[in-house]
Design a protein around this ligand. Structure first.
Ligand SMILES: CSC[C@H]1O[C@H](OP(=O)(O)O)[C@H](O)[C@@H]1O
Length: 351
């Protein structure tokens, strides 16, 4: 498929199943500390997802799948049916950890289905399914990297938003995987990363990942994005997704929608990169997506323990929806969808 050295671009593994516990690279501490936290129960995994110790749509689905395996270790059951009933409360608590990324519910549905198919070895069936979800995501990211990069002409500049790299997936990344592939193939000359206030996934995580890879990047303030897109230095905005609806409307990190508006206004391509586990054909359009709102304290924080505007109300939605008609291409591991709409999505994903 492509002949570049993934190992160079892919040494970060945020989620490590030890056989007895789930070790998570605590993304709240990056880039200042590279520290893993150990989850020994499903509720500890749910808490880690809610607190963004592990984050990124595919990554939270993978972590939740391993969380179900930890829940399985906590129960005794006579058979798979008995186990399904006893495990369901833990799966509900995992599902409630965050609302917007469909990958969480998708992974839990896969674990329920594995249990429903299981025979006497239902414990082994759950562990094999969690491993499959993990392994499939890495393979999907590498395929999407090649597919998305093929759209990018040599000599291009790209702008990305939030973090969609190895930290947000099983490895290699979605949009950042396209950027890794595009750099490796000599198609991308310049990478711009938006800081992504308030949680700074761009400034703290994407820049850190690219530094690990030895890929030069330029950090910009979120508010500089339109000015950059006007400059002609960027040919593609390349972003991830948390939920892609049946008509192609896409939920992603807050600030994505305004990038899409500015990109279209300035004739810059807008590419969404996400595995099929992020596609939700059961949700007809973006106005039906629940947008997570997080604690105002995240907006008041300006690094460390210092805060501003305390006592002032703060509205902190952490996702927004880009309408499909502002998207030039959706890249999944199943292929490219150019100018997505309901017909194109149904042709690609059925439903
Ligand atoms: C490939 S990650 C997809 C998606 O997840 C991120 O959100 P968060 O950091 O809040 O989990 C961001 O929206 C990424 O684009």
């Amino acid at each position: 498929m492509d002949d570049f050295d993934y190992a160079r671009y892919d040494r970060i593994r945020p989620i490590r199943w030890t056989g007895e516990a789930l070790d998570l690279l605590d993304q709240r501490k990056l880039p200042f500390e590279t520290q893993y936290m150990t989850c020994r129960t499903s509720d500890e995994v749910a808490a880690a997802i809610h607190a963004l110790a592990v984050r990124g749509a595919p990554a939270i689905g993978i972590a939740a799948a391993w969380g179900v395996v930890l829940a399985e270790r906590e129960i005794d059951a006579t058979d798979a049916r008995d186990a399904a009933a006893k495990l369901e409360p833990a799966l509900q608590r995992l599902n409630a950890a965050r609302p917007t990324a469909v990958n969480l519910a998708w992974a839990l549905a896969r674990m329920r289905a594995a249990l429903a198919r299981a025979d006497h070895d239902w414990r082994g069936a759950l562990e094999r399914e969690a491993q499959a979800i993990d392994t499939e995501d890495l393979a999907a990211n590498r395929r999407m990297g090649a597919l998305g990069a093929s759209l990018i002409e040599p000599g291009s500049g790209v702008l990305t938003h939030c973090n969609t790299g190895s930290l947000a997936t099983a490895g290699f990344g979605t949009a950042l995987g396209v950027i890794r592939a595009g750099v490796a193939q000599g198609r991308i000359d310049k990478v711009f990363a938006g800081e992504t206030r308030p949680w700074l996934q761009g400034a703290r995580l994407t820049v850190w990942e690219l530094q690990q890879d030895g890929i030069d990047a330029t950090l910009i303030a979120d508010s500089a994005a339109s000015h950059l897109l006007k400059s002609g230095k960027v040919q593609w905005v390349v972003v991830g997704a948390d939920r892609i609806c049946a008509n192609g409307d896409t939920a992603n990190k807050i600030g994505t929608y305004q990038l899409a508006i500015a990109a279209r206004h300035h004739g810059v391509g807008f590419m969404v990169v996400a595995p099929s586990s992020t596609v939700d054909m059961a949700t007809a359009s973006g106005d039906l997506i629940e947008i997570e709102e997080r604690d105002a304290a995240e907006l008041h924080a300006v690094g460390g323990s210092r805060t501003v505007a305390e006592g002032i109300d703060a509205w902190n939605p952490v996702f927004d929806v880009t309408p499909h008609d502002l998207i030039d291409a959706i890249v999944t591991e199943r292929g490219l969808i150019r100018r997505p709409d309901e017909a194109a999505m149904r042709a690609a994903f059925g439903g």
